[in-house]
Design a protein around this ligand. Structure first.
Ligand SMILES: C[C@@]1(CC(=O)O)C2=NC(=C\c3[nH]c(c(CCC(=O)O)c3CC(=O)O)Cc3[nH]c(c(CC(=O)O)c3CCC(=O)O)/C=C3\N/C(=C\2)[C@@H](CCC(=O)O)[C@]3(C)CC(=O)O)/[C@H]1CCC(=O)O
Ligand SMILES: NC(=O)c1ccc[n+]([C@@H]2O[C@H](COP(=O)([O-])OP(=O)(O)OC[C@H]3O[C@@H](n4cnc5c(N)ncnc54)[C@H](O)[C@@H]3O)[C@@H](O)[C@H]2O)c1
Length: 217
């Protein structure tokens, strides 16, 4: 069975993490990166988790997990050090059709975490479908060493330039070719950026411009 690859928008979605130790911490921070509304339930929490709670960035309840805790969540992560607790979190979520990952426990996962190389909005995520997390980690290191460190800011500028091109040029092969050309070039935010000049050199006449907004590829 192959896994369905997708990137979730979790902004403001209520997500529950059960457990507040080392593994839970890494899940909590990646949920916060996605601007999820993070709720944490754990009998004890490491200091960093207390700090996030004191800053109002997460909602923390220091107590043992109860079956009803999963209700109302979009996503649940079971990251306690008790396999049996993680498994019951999964069962409770499954009953309510809520997606759940019980860490390191494939039968009790609706989705797996990947190994991630990140540069701003660019994420290269590696999954081996659970066959070898060690291989996923090795490939992460190798890809990380290959990708320039400034890809994040470059991608921001490229994205801005692309939006401008989409507004100005009608959909079609010429626009597509231009966007592929730009993806190979240095791009910066400056109005004097050579790529920006290249992009606007062939700007269509004003009367052609409404066609640019017709949404075709
Ligand atoms: C990618 C990463 C993301 C993350 O965890 O956030 C991740 N595991 C990572 C590391 C890692 N995990 C393990 C080792 C020891 C070496 C080894 O066992 O190979 C190492 C490497 C190390 O730590 O050295 C042990 C392990 N992992 C799982 C089992 C259970 C089993 O296989 O049955 C066991 C045995 C436990 C035991 O010993 O009993 C299961 C899962 N681990 C997954 C994800 C999912 C599938 C990912 C995939 O598609 O490959 C899946 C299925 C479920 C899930 O948890 O989502 C993260 C990379 C972080 C990074 O990039 O550095
Ligand atoms: N730490 C690692 O490097 C590592 C690596 C791979 C796998 N794991 C696995 O991941 C799991 C979590 O590891 P960890 O290091 O984060 O553990 P941890 O001991 O640091 O944290 C466990 C957390 O679970 C909470 N907890 C336990 N029972 C609970 C309950 N009934 N209700 C609510 N909260 C409860 C504890 O209060 C604590 O916050 C373990 O199964 C571990 O084997 C850990």
């Amino acid at each position: 069975m192959s896994l369905f690859p997708a990137f979730l928008k979790l902004k403001k979605r209520r997500c529950l993490v059960v457990g507040a130790g080392e593994i839970a911490w890494s899940k909590i921070t990646s949920l916060l990166d996605a601007e999820a509304a993070v709720h944490v339930i754990a009998t004890e929490a490491r200091d960093e988790v207390h700090v996030l709670a004191a800053q109002g960035r997460i909602h923390l309840e220091l107590r043992a997990y109860r079956p009803d805790d999963v209700a109302g969540n979009f996503l649940v992560i079971a990251a306690t050090d008790e396999m049996a607790v993680n498994a019951s979190v999964y069962r409770d979520a499954e009953e309510r059709n809520i997606l759940c990952n019980a860490v390191d426990d494939p039968p009790n996962c609706d989705f797996y975490f990947g190994s991630i190389v990140r540069r701003g909005d660019l994420q290269v995520v590696i999954s081996t479908n659970g066959e070898s997390p060690a291989l996923a980690q090795r490939l992460r290191r190798e890809i990380d060493a290959l990708l320039p460190l400034d890809l994040g800011p470059w991608l921001k500028d490229l994205g801005q330039l692309r939006r401008e091109v989409l507004q100005l040029y009608p959909a079609g092969d010429d626009r597509k070719r231009l966007l592929h050309t730009l993806a190979h070039r240095e791009v910066c935010g400056s109005e004097h950026c050579p790529s920006r000049k290249l992009a606007f050199a062939a700007r269509p006449a004003i009367e052609d411009q409404p066609a640019a907004l017709n949404g075709q590829r």
